[in-house]
Design a protein around this ligand. Structure first.
Ligand code: TNX
Length: 499
């Protein structure tokens, strides 16, 4: 599709006159001898080769001949022409694409920027008479928000490594850069830990409704981190405390007041399970699981949950959340928590804390106060970006406690209006959520994600001035060919003029 049809819409697109660049046998990908650039070049060459059915050479020497896709790293995004006052996180993902009949040049200050450029290129490829073409033009682009995420609940129902890889592929296609994995909940514990093997041994195989469950070994988890990193996506793992903890109470008897393991739970109620600050087993549990999780994780953040603890005194909640946060910080990581932690974090100068806002019915003032104490704020307003909500009353899957969320609801909102008390500079970004109480299969998963995830991605990436529903709907409509090619299910929303 033409460059101006790309989702998320770029900051600046200019179509040029002239012949298209043709993807053809004998073409080359030219790359400097830099590991970050080579990793992107490898993906580009492999993708084109698969699509066209011919081999694509990777070379480090540019002989200037036609038929090349050239990847260039520059030392500063200013060389691309992006605004000089753009923050460092945003600048690192900036890129430029120049397409002429002879060659395609991707320029960026980092591997992440080159990867985003390659993503734009991939959507812009158009098929005509058995050939693959790129129309001439220029794109200059950078993200609006640094954190563009999806939170995936693998605890209520388990999703395997190949299933998560498919989710990462779709995320990468829309320039999302954070996968938040909700690894534990009442119904199951999904990450094997060397310090506590009983967690997955006893609670890895349970799931909502008696469904099969499963868990990631340490090797599986490392593999997911690497697969995500190759797509410039960070993984933020969540172990949810001090509530949503029945799977641990089932596996570790020392965490319950009676000393007896809690029964396994396969329903979908929330708020009934909890840790106990006064039990001797609790502190070692928090130290070991958060210490090990932080040590296994390559990204900047670890998520400690903190949501929906319905039966605990405020001081006990504060003590447990602060203990978990201290063990994460001691391992050199920043802390993310659901909005309920805003009353207790950050509790000291310079703590790297992100508060995730989800429940618009409450908590706005506390989140604003946490921001005033230095927290960054991640926006996940349920009425917009909880992609486990039903599209409408006829949806066969999903919940509806936050109402119905049609595609336009996911798209037509301004992030900075969600929490007027929080300064724009402290809004780190947007994260969609997919809770999986009702989600059991790959088909279920993508039916809820698509098309809404593409809508949220544009809210997170594109400048407000470039966005409007009338312009977005036809661009979104054209995306389904990519989903069909990938064999993904999607929801045929009546709001979108599907071709
Ligand atoms: C609220 S969002 C929850 C989850 C549920 C979800 C269902 C949040 C922090 N907690 O435990 O799965 O609603 O939509």
């Amino acid at each position: 599709m033409p460059l101006d049809q790309v989702v998320p819409v770029p900051v600046h697109v200019e179509a040029r006159e002239g012949e298209p660049f043709v993807l053809r046998d004998g073409m080359r990908v030219v790359v400097q001898d830099d590991p970050a650039a080579v990793s992107v070049a490898t993906l580009v060459a492999a993708r084109i080769g698969r699509m066209g059915g011919f081999p694509v050479a990777l070379v480090t020497h540019d002989d200037g001949a036609d038929g090349a896709i050239v990847l260039r790293l520059v030392t500063d995004a200013a060389e691309l022409g992006v605004p000089t006052d753009l923050g460092a996180e945003l600048r690192s993902e900036a890129y430029r694409v120049d397409v002429t009949a002879g060659r395609v040049v991707l320029t960026a200050p980092s591997g992440a920027g080159l990867y985003r450029a390659a993503t734009t290129l991939r959507q812009a490829v158009r098929r005509e008479g058995g050939r693959y073409l790129l129309d001439p033009g220029v794109v200059l682009d950078h993200p609006r928000f640094a954190w563009r995420g999806l939170s995936l609940d693998v605890a209520r129902h388990f999703f395997s490594v190949p299933q998560v890889r498919s989710v990462l592929d779709v995320m990468a296609g829309y320039k999302l850069n954070v996968l938040h994995l909700h690894l534990t909940d009442d119904q199951g514990w999904r990450l094997q830990l060397a310090s506590r093997p009983e967690l997955t041994e006893r609670s890895g195989r349970t799931a909502v409704g008696g469904d099969p469950g499963g868990f990631y070994t340490r090797e599986d988890y490392a593999h997911l981190l690497a697969y995500a990193a190759a797509r410039h996506i960070a993984v933020v793992p969540e172990i949810d405390v001090p509530g949503h903890i029945n799977a641990a109470l089932h596996a570790c008897a020392e965490l319950t007041p009676s000393g007896e393991p809690a029964p396994a739970y396969t329903g979908i109620d929330v708020g009934f399970s909890r840790l106990h600050a006064d039990l001797p087993g609790t502190e070692p549990f928090l130290r070991e699981v958060f210490g090990e999780l932080a040590a296994m994780t390559t990204g900047r953040y670890v998520h400690l949950g903190g949501d929906e603890v319905l039966s605990m005194a405020a001081d006990e909640y504060a003590a447990l959340v602060r203990t978990a946060a201290r063990h994460i910080a001691a391992a050199g990581k920043g802390v993310v928590g659901w909005q309920e932690v805003a009353g207790v974090l950050p509790d000291g100068a310079g703590q790297d804390v992100v508060v995730q806002y989800w429940d618009e019915r409450e908590g706005a003032a506390e989140v604003a106060e946490a921001a005033a104490r230095g927290a960054r704020v991640l926006l996940s307003p349920a009425t917009k970006v909880y992609l486990d909500m039903r599209y409408d009353a006829d949806s066969p899957l999903g919940l509806d406690w936050a109402g119905h969320v049609e595609v336009r609801d996911s798209y037509d909102w301004e992030p900075l209006d969600v929490l007027p008390g929080v300064p724009a500079a402290q809004v780190v970004g947007i994260e969609a959520g997919l809770w999986t109480e009702t989600v059991r299969t790959t088909e279920d998963l993508f039916w809820l994600l698509l098309p809404r995830l593409a809508a949220v991605a544009e809210v997170a990436w594109s400048p407000a001035a470039r966005r409007d529903w009338a312009g977005f709907a036809p661009r979104l409509a054209a995306q389904h060919t990519l989903w069909d090619e990938a064999g993904l299910t999607w929801y045929r929303s009546p709001q979108v003029p599907w071709s």
